[in-house]
Design a protein around this ligand. Structure first.
Ligand SMILES: [Zn+2]
Length: 508
């Protein structure tokens, strides 16, 4: 019955939303022969290089290693999806007393930009999942997402370091495109063999200095050292396994799958194998466990859809149970990666900076559109596009962002001033997009964003300014450099030539 409800929900949702059922795998996706993996551990050293290995990084003993639960969500960011994540995480604390953080692999179709800002300012990781949710994405889909998230959600370029391919459909070419655009990691590969198997592919995050070691039976041109991307990380997605072992793998939204070859979804059986897989990791080399969610499938209050809350309760039961054990931490992909690069033993984790609480000090009475709900109340712009209206602090664009133009000019209401986009020298919670001022005046909140080589021909883009300026050069050339500026310039030149030719024809 539950699966029927989900099917119905999926059908209703898919007519108006991008709800990808990505991520199904069956059986082993790699083998030692197919991987042909050979990493020189004497040359490959942390923090910039790490060999693919089921053993903990830094030579730590498993007893010194935290058991990480990586929590991720994919696709559009909406109030319904954040509600789901909050129902699973908001009441929890990690062993250091801080609320757990997670990673949102964001695609832009149907995303409400202001919620992305809020989610980021609350300390979560915003990562890239393409603009319109396409597999094996071209550069424009990958890089346009950064341009739009920076312009309309105020996310610094330096903080969008991770990527997950829609449908987990990745290629060697896609990984090369990520590398070129300055990404730090991809998390699209699957770990598809149980940790108890001597040939397990449940590797800790590793760099591609010696190529990939996951998915070697499924993705061509990445293994046997064919794809070398020094310093670029792969964070494998760790599958759960039911009683069938290798043949019973469950990767994304395992609660939507039937367990043990049954014909119907059964939450009790799902819970049982999730616990069993956790225990195998926890009592072994403590490779991370992953909860990879599409939250819309668990949304209780999406209009016109009634989904049972039993499954959400089951996931909470699993997390309650896992957190009762020692040294269990719920983390984002970026936090897992930070620890892998600098693997301190559990005894030092309480003072490990990337796992600390992050609460920017802004007086809640200050009226500033900064991604903190109380501060920004009444200051948001409503962008009433018919497909999916959204809110933003940074001024509505004249048209919805597209792959061709991820940063359209700003639409400035009569009698109002344009909003100022996040500049490179201020962090999101301290930036006032209305006054164009940075509230930060101490060393603690100083911030410096980086530019990214995501423009035409690899040109570096930097945040700031008031508008995309896509159809012409920006007024202040030190501010925002438009995406596709070269093409826009060429088009303008071409138009000028046509006009000149027209003028000539008239004259002649
Ligand atoms: Zn997706």
């Amino acid at each position: 019955m539950l699966s029927v409800v989900w099917l119905l929900a999926s059908l209703i949702l898919s007519s108006s939303l991008v709800v990808a059922q990505d991520g199904a795998i069956s059986g082993a996706q790699t083998s030692p022969e197919a991987a042909g993996y050979n990493c020189d551990a004497s040359n490959c050293k942390l923090p910039t290089c790490n060999c693919a290995s089921p053993n903990p990084p830094g030579g730590l003993k498993p007893s010194e290693v935290p058991q990480f639960i990586v929590f991720t969500a994919d696709d559009a960011v909406q109030s319904y999806t954040l509600d789901v994540v909050n129902q699973l995480l908001a009441h929890r604390k990690n062993p250091n007393g801080c609320p757990p953080k997670m990673t949102y692999y964001t695609s832009l179709s149907y995303t409400n930009y202001t919620l992305v800002t809020d989610w980021y300012v609350a300390g979560n990781e915003i990562a890239d999942h393409t603009m319109t949710h396409v597999g094996d994405p071209p550069e424009e889909e990958i890089n346009g997402n950064l341009v739009t998230l920076n312009a309309l959600a105020g996310i610094p370029f330096s903080s969008i370091k991770g990527f997950r391919a829609p449908f987990l459909n990745y290629t060697a070419g896609m990984l090369e495109r990520l590398y070129k655009a300055g990404f730090e990691y991809d998390s699209s590969a699957s770990a598809s063999i149980p940790v108890t198997d001597p040939n397990t592919d449940a590797y800790w995050p590793y760099t591609l200095d010696y190529g990939m070691a996951n998915d070697c039976l499924a993705v061509t041109g990445t293994c046997k050292g064919q794809l070398k991307l020094p310093g670029f990380w792969e964070i494998p997605m760790y599958a759960f396994f039911d009683k069938r072992g290798n043949a019973g793998s469950h990767l994304m939204d395992p609660w939507l799958d039937t367990a043990n070859g049954n014909s119907q979804v059964n939450d009790a059986e799902t819970l049982e194998y999730m616990k069993d897989t956790f225990t195998a990791h926890y009592s072994g080399n403590r490779q991370p466990i992953g909860l990879y969610t599409h939250p819309i499938h668990l949304a209780l209050n999406y209009p016109g859809v009634s989904v049972s809350n039993q499954t959400g309760l089951m996931i909470n039961t699993f997390l309650d149970w896992a957190q009762q054990q020692q040294n269990v931490w719920i983390v984002s992909s970026a936090q897992l990666l930070a620890w892998t690069k600098n693997p301190v033993p559990v005894s030092q984790l309480d003072s490990f900076e990337p796992l600390k609480c992050s609460t920017p000090a802004i007086d809640s009475n200050t009226k500033i559109c900064n991604g903190m709900p109380k501060n920004e109340e009444g200051l948001l712009s409503h962008c009433a596009f018919p497909d999916f209206p959204f809110y933003t602090c940074y001024g509505c664009p004249v048209t919805q962002p597209t792959v061709q133009n991820p940063n359209p000019p700003q639409q400035v209401p009569k009698g109002r001033q344009a909003r100022f986009r996040l500049p490179a020298n201020c962090s999101t919670p301290f930036w006032d997009p209305i006054k164009g001022q940075c509230l930060c005046s101490s060393n603690q909140c100083m911030f410096s964003d980086e530019s990214r080589p995501i423009g035409p021909n690899g040109a570096n883009l930097t945040g700031g300014g008031t508008s995309g300026g896509f159809n012409g050069a920006p007024k202040d050339p030190t501010k925002y450099i438009p995406f596709n500026a070269a093409q826009a310039h060429e088009a303008a030149l071409w138009l000028a030539l046509v006009l000149c030719a027209g003028a000539l024809v008239v004259v002649l």
